[in-house]
Ligand binder design. Structure first.
Ligand SMILES: [Zn+2]
Ligand SMILES: [Zn+2]
Ligand SMILES: [Zn+2]
Ligand SMILES: [Zn+2]
Ligand SMILES: [Zn+2]
Length: 315
């Protein structure tokens, strides 16, 4: 977390480990910065405090994480590394950044764009669903049932990114495929972090939004300059471990994620920097139908505050 009092006269004296005792939402590097920030914080502190009382409701957002895995990690204090090792997915494929080993290597380079599940076919959604999605998904069980995956599969740990998007579209009451959406459902996704290194998993949106053309634009300071403005077309699902599985033949070209598709259905775009800095230029030609910031606690990052002001000003 970032010190909420960052840039107040003096430099931060370390990492922000002191949480505001009242709301618990913001954190500071020092008492000094906490005191200096209080005048700005006291109004939002009251608001945060009220929101935190409703945290249970917020936690009901069903696809934010895999409950099974989280409970295990908290109660048995099993480390991420051993959780992944037991399932033979430690430091491989899309799992590379799911434990401290990979986090240390994080440089947001995109060479891992073709990473797969590294799981047996039966444990991951590597190809088109057997039946199209017909009902709304309300839980991981709904999802796993639909995708014919056993509940003990760890796939949810990565699938929470695309499922959170589809759930947000549901909650917002958006009905893609109705005329008002034009050709493309456009979503602005703010503040991506680790998911930038797991973009293959977003291909699950092909199954979640059949027949819909989707454009997801990522905005954030973690997108490296050299990727700024880049477009990625996802045309097939992240692959499983089995060499003879259909997922190996569905899209023969090695560059499945590169820029050649004639009619892309799922386009990811990357924009470096804070949303409030590029917002005005972007919305001219493509107004988003939905803006989401799934990395919880975005309000606790003071550098995003102008974005929140802007976005709340739109309504
Ligand atoms: Zn500070
Ligand atoms: Zn506070
Ligand atoms: Zn590890
Ligand atoms: Zn497969
Ligand atoms: Zn757009």
């Amino acid at each position: 977390m970032e010190c909420a009092g960052k840039g107040r006269g003096t430099r931060c004296t370390g990492s922000a480990t002191r949480r505001c005792g009242r709301c618990g939402v913001v954190a500071y590097c020092s008492v000094d910065h906490q005191v200096k920030h209080w005048n700005d914080h006291k109004d939002e502190c009251k608001r945060f405090e009220l929101q935190m009382e409703r945290i249970d409701a917020l936690n009901e957002f069903p696809f934010t994480f895999s409950e099974e895995a989280t409970v295990q990690l908290c109660q048995k204090q099993e480390s991420r590394c051993s959780f992944l090792s037991k399932r033979a997915i430690h430091k491989v494929g899309m799992w590379f950044y799911e434990c401290p080993c990979g986090e240390a290597a994080t440089s947001y380079n995109f060479s891992r764009l073709n990473d797969g599940w590294v799981l047996p076919r039966l444990l991951c959604p590597c190809s088109e669903p057997l039946s199209p999605i017909t009902k709304r998904l309300h839980s991981w069980k709904d999802y796993y049932d639909w995708r014919c995956i056993p509940l003990h599969s760890p796939a949810a740990l990565l699938l929470h990114w695309p499922l959170t998007i589809s759930y947000a579209v549901q909650v917002a009451g958006l009905e893609p495929l109705t005329p008002e959406f034009g050709d493309t459902l456009c979503i602005h996704y703010l503040g991506p972090e680790k998911e930038l290194l797991q973009l293959s998993v977003f291909a699950e949106l092909l199954a979640l939004f059949p027949g819909v053309a989707l454009q997801i634009e990522f905005f954030g300071p973690n997108i490296p300059e050299e990727m700024n403005g880049k477009t990625i077309h996802l045309c097939s699902f992240a692959k499983c471990l089995q060499m003879d599985c259909v997922c190996k033949s569905s899209c023969k070209d090695v560059d499945r994620n590169v820029y050649s598709n004639k009619y892309p259905r799922l386009v990811l775009k990357l924009q470096t920097g804070f949303y409030h800095d590029c917002y005005k230029d972007i919305t001219k030609d493509c107004y988003p139908h939905l803006i989401i910031a799934p990395n919880a606690g975005i309000a606790a990052y003071s550098s995003w505050l102008p974005t929140i002001m802007n976005v709340s000003g739109i309504h």
